[in-house]
Design a protein around this ligand. Structure first.
Ligand SMILES: Cc1ncc(C[n+]2csc(CCOP(=O)(O)OP(=O)(O)O)c2C)c(N)n1
Length: 318
């Protein structure tokens, strides 16, 4: 990655974290309802993977606000969606877990854990038939790899040699269940090894994530077929805002927070890309301003019209 890309990734990671804290605050104040899954601690993966997967379609997990913004969806449109407003990215009818924007090739969030993985297989199959070389990336948590749909998807993608990148965000937990209690081993990459080329990466290291995703997309564009990446991450908050996170010890949380991806990447910016403290502060202030503006926009935005309930219920005829 070059200096400009590194600056942009840092900016988006910081903006993502500020966005998540603002969303949490407004959830507590009752401005946001429904589910709210925060991505604090996992920003390196959410930003760097999406930035590295430059072209092509992205199917994301429901922990997706930062990924949607990294794809180019405006923070105001994401925040307005959380507030349930008509100018939200899904018209205020999707909420936190359903940020869809086909014009950005972003098909985000599925309330059924792993339910989006077969959808990505279908999309990759369609893209292959259409002769597109860009590829499809599907992002999911470690918990999703225990479902049958995941194994069927691996099998289909490998058999059909589909242009599909499976990206597993292994934060060690599915709600409060440690992965080691739900699967026989910690590394979910082992499940994909018999089917396809696999990589493991430190998901708290933005540069490492960027490089491995970029390498995988290049291979996919060259006709290599499907690839699986497992990125090890750590979420700093509970599963959702209503989860008290009581199942993790103070010691475990301390260990987790010591790997803060923003602090880690800030050091990279200083040492490798020679950014000064003033340069870094400028990026941080700009990020906070964008989030403040997004909240102001979302608060003032209009509610959806009642008639909007009847839109997007059935597919339009093609
Ligand atoms: C098929 C299905 N089973 C169970 C649930 C309830 N559920 C919602 S989120 C979740 C945990 C998912 O964990 P993971 O895939 O690791 O993602 P993470 O929350 O860690 O990002 C579960 C079990 C669901 N929504 N769908």
């Amino acid at each position: 990655m070059n200096k400009l890309e590194a600056e942009n990734i840092y900016f988006e990671m910081v903006r993502g974290r500020a966005f998540e804290y603002a969303a949490k605050e407004h959830y507590m104040q009752g401005d946001i309802s429904g589910f709210l899954h925060l991505d604090i601690g996992q920003e390196a993966l959410s930003v760097a993977a999406v930035k590295a997967f430059e072209k092509g379609d992205i199917f994301s997990t429901y922990r997706e606000h930062i990924m949607a913004m990294a794809r180019g969806i405006e923070p105001s449109a994401v925040m307005a969606e959380l507030f349930g407003k008509a100018s939200g990215v899904s018209g205020g009818k999707g909420g936190s877990m359903h940020l869809f924007e086909p014009s950005h090739f972003f098909y985000g969030g599925d309330a059924i854990v792993g339910g989006h993985i077969p959808n990505a297989v279908g999309c990759a199959y369609a893209r292959k038939l259409q002769g597109s070389e860009d590829g499809v990336m599907v992002i999911f948590g470690d918990g999703a790899t225990n479902g049958g749909a995941f194994f069927e998807s691996l099998n289909n993608a490998a058999t059909q040699k589909l242009p599909l990148l499976f990206l597993c965000e292994n934060n060690g937990y599915a709600i409060g269940t440690a992965i080691t209690r739900a699967a026989p081993f910690k590394e979910q990459v082992k499940k994909a090894e018999p089917y396809m080329l696999t990589y493991s990466v430190d998901g708290m290291d933005a540069e490492a994530v960027y490089n491995v995703v970029r390498e995988a997309q290049t291979k996919i564009q060259e006709g290599h077929g499907p690839i699986f990446i497992e990125a090890f991450t750590c979420r700093f908050e509970g599963h959702s805002v209503s989860d008290s996170n009581a199942y993790r010890s103070a010691q475990e949380m301390e260990h987790c927070k010591a790997k803060d991806p923003i602090e880690h990447f800030k050091a990279v910016l200083r040492e490798k890309y020679l950014l000064s403290d003033a340069d870094i502060s400028t990026l941080e202030e700009k990020a906070q301003k964008e989030v403040d503006d997004a909240v102001t926009f979302a608060k003032a935005a209009a509610e959806p019209e009642v008639d909007a309930l009847f839109e997007h219920v059935f597919a339009e005829e093609v």
